[in-house]
Design a protein around this ligand. Structure first.
Ligand code: SF4
Length: 279
């Protein structure tokens, strides 16, 4: 079947497809400044890898971008309601420059009952009162009704290495934000990717116990890991997460550990796992 490639909404291909069936990008570029940023590598780096988020050139302005978004969303409604929509692969959607569009898109998704997954390294957004809900201005993310909250999953990337992410909130601040969101009824996930070192990743997993529904774990592209250490790391993750959390190990991690997905225990899920269903 032909994949949909709109200006805002699209079906990712390649490695990104493992992370999300459907995604939305309004901006390119990101000010978090991560050393390992995938946007700064490869052929697209000149366009994608800027330090300042910039509205994609295919949009005249933010108003136009939102119109296009709503049109593309309506054209793919059943698929989006089934798979959800991920923000974003080409920027952090919760930066000061990007958050207004993300919030407006969230309201549209909520209206059409589309589950939303947001991945960020920013925590400051949770205090912002810039939402407009049912005509009321100055609302925060916590003012959303409960039936909207349970359809939004906030993911925080946690590496345990602030020095590699100089423009982002600290890992500790991200964990605190995760707790507040989880306590308020939002779904939460931790993106333990890239694994910089096993000890730091395990520490992030331990510190998110009780406030995180799903762990998504991936290695740093191109980096070599010791197979035995990787095996021990996986066993530790599975043990820590047993009973309370689902774990998704990315394909490349399983390949590096020489492990088949079918060999993993029940709390390890496939890429099509739906975080919005009960654990
Ligand atoms: S948050 Fe993501 S997009 Fe932004 S610099 Fe870091 S890796 Fe790149």
């Amino acid at each position: 079947m032909k994949t949909f490639k709109g200006k805002a909404i699209y079906q990712p291909a390649g490695k990104a497809k493992e992370y999300a069936e459907w995604a939305c990008n309004f901006y390119v570029g990101c000010s978090n400044g991560c050393d390992y940023c995938y946007l700064k590598k490869g052929r697209g780096a000149a366009i994608l890898g800027g330090n300042v988020p910039t509205l994609k050139k295919c949009f005249k302005d933010e108003v136009h971008a939102l119109e296009v978004f709503e049109m593309e969303l309506k054209a793919n409604l059943p698929e989006l309601q089934k798979h959800g929509l991920f923000f974003s692969f080409s920027t952090d959607p919760m930066l000061p420059e990007t958050i207004a569009m993300t919030y407006q898109a969230l309201v549209v998704c909520s209206k059409f009952k589309i589950p939303v997954k947001i991945l960020t390294k920013v925590e400051k957004f949770i205090d912002l009162k810039i939402f407009e809900i049912d005509g009321n201005k100055g609302c925060s993310i916590f003012d959303l009704p409960n039936n909207a909250k349970c359809n939004i999953a906030f993911g925080f990337t946690l590496t345990g290495h602030d020095e590699l992410e100089p423009g982002a909130s600290t890992n500790q601040e991200r964990i605190e934000a995760m707790k507040k969101l989880h306590d308020a009824g939002f779904k939460t996930f931790a993106s333990i990717e890239p694994v910089i070192d096993f000890k730091s990743s395990i520490e992030m997993i331990v510190r998110t116990a009780g406030i995180c529904d799903l762990l998504k774990i991936g290695l740093e592209s191109g980096k070599k890991y010791d197979k035995n250490e990787l095996f021990n790391f996986m066993n530790a993750v599975i043990f820590i997460a047993r009973r309370t959390r689902k774990v998704y190990f990315k394909d490349s991690l399983l390949k590096a550990a020489w492990i088949e997905r079918s060999e993993l225990p029940a709390n390890c899920v496939n890429r099509d796992y739906n975080i919005f269903k009960e654990l």
